[in-house]
Design a protein around this ligand. Structure first.
Ligand SMILES: C[S@@+](CC[C@H](N)C(=O)[O-])C[C@H]1O[C@@H](n2cnc3c(N)ncnc32)[C@H](O)[C@@H]1O
Length: 264
């Protein structure tokens, strides 16, 4: 039976969003469709983006001066914009190509009006361009927002990805972007030394990554809730022994596509 991913979403609620102020003073939104905020209100939108995704991934890819980054998914664009803010400050000679799927075109189009933190003051031209044209390019940065279902979009990517920010809504609310089949698709477009960052530390998600061939690590300590770093090579980080986890918890199972249609 063909799996209909469209049945997992509710476009009739998509426009319903509320603005929320997070703990670091930066603004995010609450989505009625997913019944969840776009960022952790406790960690703060900018703080979460910097410390969960951008800094850990950058520190593990210092040997590269050109990076292709897959930002899953664009949302309010914090991960894309924080990447540019951080690299302009700390790694100004790095070329950045950011590719970011996003289901919600109306959201991206509205972002020219969004009240971003003062750290993004210098990024106004980029914010305008991505919001209007879903695209931005200059001599060192290229941003492409791909409107549509990320499950389909990743299949059309023909670039080797160096970094993935895995930042969908939670596995409970947005399960199609956390399954073994999803991570296998991500692996197929990854460079051999890919770094994946995510806020999720759920065992079914870690097993889905592990069973797709990723090594699983605890992120370095930072001022945000812990998550996971995954990689296709060995990293100098604290590894998580997934075989031991399976022995200790024989009922633990990787999240797989057929769970979305039969158990949820
Ligand atoms: C947690 S938010 C991302 C926050 C974003 N990284 C930021 O920094 O603002 C999750 C995003 O995933 C999008 N999304 C959910 N399922 C998707 C899918 N199947 N394909 C593309 N985008 C999807 C939602 O519309 C939402 O914008």
């Amino acid at each position: 039976m063909k799996q209909d991913f469209k049945s997992l979403y509710n476009p009739s609620l998509r426009e319903q969003k509320e603005q929320i102020i997070t703990k670091d003073g930066t603004k995010t939104l609450y989505s009625k469709e997913f019944d969840e905020c776009y960022h952790s209100t406790n960690d703060g939108a900018l703080n979460e983006s910097l410390n969960k995704h951008i800094i850990p991934a950058s520190n593990l890819s210092l040997h590269k001066n050109s990076l292709t980054i897959l930002d899953i998914c664009y949302g309010l664009g914090f991960n894309t914009l924080t990447t540019i803010y951080y690299y302009q400050k700390h790694r100004p000679n790095t070329k950045l190509h950011i590719i970011s799927p996003e289901l919600d075109e109306g959201l991206v189009k509205s972002l020219k009006e969004f009240e971003y933190p003062k750290e993004f003051e210098g990024l106004k031209e980029i914010i305008q361009s991505v919001s209007s044209d879903l695209f931005y390019e200059d001599s060192s940065i290229r941003i492409e927002v791909l409107i549509g279902d990320a499950r389909e979009m990743v299949k059309s990517i023909d670039k080797e990805i160096d970094i993935i920010y895995q930042d969908a809504f939670s596995p409970k609310k947005n399960p199609a972007l956390w399954t073994r089949e999803w991570f296998l698709d991500l692996k197929s477009i990854s460079s051999k030394d890919l770094i994946l960052t995510t806020y999720s530390s759920a065992t079914p998600v870690r097993l889905a990554m592990y069973e797709s061939g990723f090594n699983i690590y605890t992120p370095p300590k930072a001022d945000v809730r812990s998550g996971t770093i995954a990689s296709l090579i060995e990293l100098d980080l604290e590894p998580i022994d997934m075989e031991l986890k399976k022995i200790r918890n024989p009922n633990a199972k990787a999240l797989v596509d057929c769970d979305l249609f039969y158990n949820f």
